[in-house]
Design a protein around this ligand. Structure first.
Ligand code: BG6
Ligand code: MG
Length: 218
């Protein structure tokens, strides 16, 4: 019996570096609302759905708007984001990711995506990684956002694996908490100071083998 049977990956900030595009789009919205918000404040938006992100932005700027205005800002944010990602290509896959996924495939470890984004599928297509994912659960398929474990639980169910034998890779604190809440093993991608709840933290997949991760979690 294998100790680990599956890996579930977040998309933004784990597979591809799209956090900068989300930030750019939200900052344009913030400017329209009359303020700037910082890259540090952007940390709070990681892993958070589009609708919830707008609420955080409004709180940061201390701005009150109507529900109609909310709807139009949500559409505008996504239009700006879609324009920024329209020419994405495989050069925007984060270092070491593709090799890591292929190592898992060779070892017959199942691979899924668990993302809050409603734009996950076209991004995976544009960077030519979509065929490596057996299961994709994205923001279109969940009703509860991270830190609720729904997105990972759905992925594990579709893969037919148990949470305790599944490793979740996440760059956001809400995603790490979601993984822990669901009984998954959790690996943080980024800086230790932002991801203290993760069982293990790596800066990225560059020079990291699948076996390194399995050993660290054993
Ligand atoms: C998450 C990102 O993966 O997806 C968030 O970390 C983003 O920043 C969320 O808000 C929703 O993405 P989208 O593409 O549906 O607006
Ligand atoms: Mg992320």
């Amino acid at each position: 019996m294998k100790r680990f049977e599956a890996c579930i990956f977040d998309l933004d900030g784990v597979i591809v570096d799209t956090a900068k595009y989300h930030y750019k789009a939200w900052n344009t919205i913030a400017q329209k609302l009359g303020f700037e918000f910082t890259w540090e404040e952007n940390e709070q938006l990681k892993g958070v759905s589009r609708v919830d992100s707008l609420e955080i932005i409004l709180q940061i700027g201390n701005v009150v708007i109507s529900n109609e205005e909310r709807q139009s800002y949500l559409v505008l944010k996504n239009d700006i984001y879609l324009d920024l990602i329209k020419n994405m290509n495989p050069s925007e896959i984060l270092p070491g990711v593709e090799d890591f996924l292929r190592q898992l495939q060779k070892q017959e470890i199942k691979i899924a995506l668990g993302s809050a984004s409603k734009n996950a599928r076209p991004i995976l297509e544009r960077v030519h990684l979509i065929n490596l994912f057996e299961v994709i659960v994205d923001g279109n398929e969940v009703s509860k956002g991270k830190p609720d474990p729904e997105v990972f639980e759905k992925g594990a169910k579709l893969l037919n694996v148990e949470a305790r034998k599944t490793i979740v890779f996440e760059d956001s604190i809400s995603g790490i908490i979601a993984a822990n809440n669901g009984g998954f093993r959790s690996v943080g991608i980024g800086e230790q100071k932002n991801l203290n709840e993760a069982e293990y933290v790596i800066p990225g997949f560059k020079d990291i083998s699948a076996n390194d991760i399995f050993k660290a979690l054993s």
